[in-house]
Design a protein around this ligand. Structure first.
Ligand SMILES: [Fe+2]
Ligand SMILES: [Fe+2]
Length: 273
């Protein structure tokens, strides 16, 4: 099975790059399953129901989020009816929506997607390690799920790596999101789980984390907010991670980054041919 994870979509620039490039990519690379982190897709803060639908129409099989999941208040309502929308599984009980979902890939495989959030340098949340234990117990890889994908939305690379080792061999992929900058440590862990500390973003890299750079620079200089954060509107780089999953074991057989457009150097997974 061939899978593509795309990092945090930031604003119109990121959305436009996805609608322009993703459908053709799915066809040409014969991608069976696509996950997109959409937590910054609505003006940099949260996601609307219209954007959720647009990302699904462009090819997203699951949409993960993070600390910005509910920045757009309408998400509190549509989280219940948009079954491809996920928010972190370790939000407190009673939070609207779901932290995990079982989806059918284009090749018929059953794919469990879990969204979890870290706690180091982040808002206090329930234990992400306990949360993933519960989700994996409910649908173990190789039994109830043919593939298990975990978006670990976190700040600290130490927490991301520790989490990945904790589930190594029990998931097809653990991929970090939230920091918006792709790391070069993508690899397959000893137990067979593909891993990357951060997949990067789908946004304009000439800004600061996808936002127009003037206001962030000002805030570091003066500490006085003098304006709003708005998404940078230059051409986005699509940042993603491609994984070949062994159909027999559900573990990773190959992993490589994808970067298309914008100002970062382009790279296409060699096994996409
Ligand atoms: Fe983000
Ligand atoms: Fe985030």
């Amino acid at each position: 099975m061939r899978l593509l994870m795309l990092g945090d979509v930031v604003g119109r620039s990121g959305r436009d790059a996805i609608t322009a490039k993703l459908p053709a990519l799915i066809d040409s690379a014969r991608i069976d399953f696509v996950i997109i982190n959409g937590e910054n897709s609505a003006g940099g803060f949260g996601i609307t129901e219209d954007i959720t639908t647009a990302l699904v129409d462009a090819g997203a099989d699951a949409i993960t989020t993070g600390n910005h999941a509910f920045d757009q208040r309408e998400a509190l309502v549509f989280a219940a009816r948009q079954e491809r929308f996920l928010r972190p599984a370790n939000f407190p009980p009673g939070t609207p929506g779901r932290g995990a979902g079982m989806f059918t890939a284009r090749n018929g495989a059953r794919v469990l997607v879990v969204n979890v959030m870290g706690r180091v340098f982040m808002d206090a949340l329930d234990d992400p390690f306990a949360a993933i234990e519960r989700e994996l117990a409910a649908a173990p890889l190789g039994e109830a799920a043919d593939a298990v994908i975990i978006d670990f939305h976190a700040e600290a690379t130490s927490e991301k790596q520790a989490f990945a080792h904790f589930v190594d061999g029990r998931a097809s992929l653990v991929v970090g999101t939230h920091t918006h900058v792709p790391t070069s440590d993508y690899r397959i862990l000893p137990g067979g789980t593909a891993y990357q500390s951060d997949v990067g973003m789908c946004g304009d890299f000439e800004g600061v984390l996808g936002m127009e750079k003037d206001e962030p620079v000002r805030r570091f200089l003066t500490k006085l907010p003098s304006g709003r954060f708005t998404p940078a509107l230059g051409p986005a780089t699509l940042c993603g991670l491609a994984v070949e999953i062994d159909d027999n074991t559900g573990l990773a057989a190959a992993v490589a980054p994808l970067r298309l457009g914008g100002v970062l150097s382009e790279t296409v997974p060699p096994f996409w041919g």
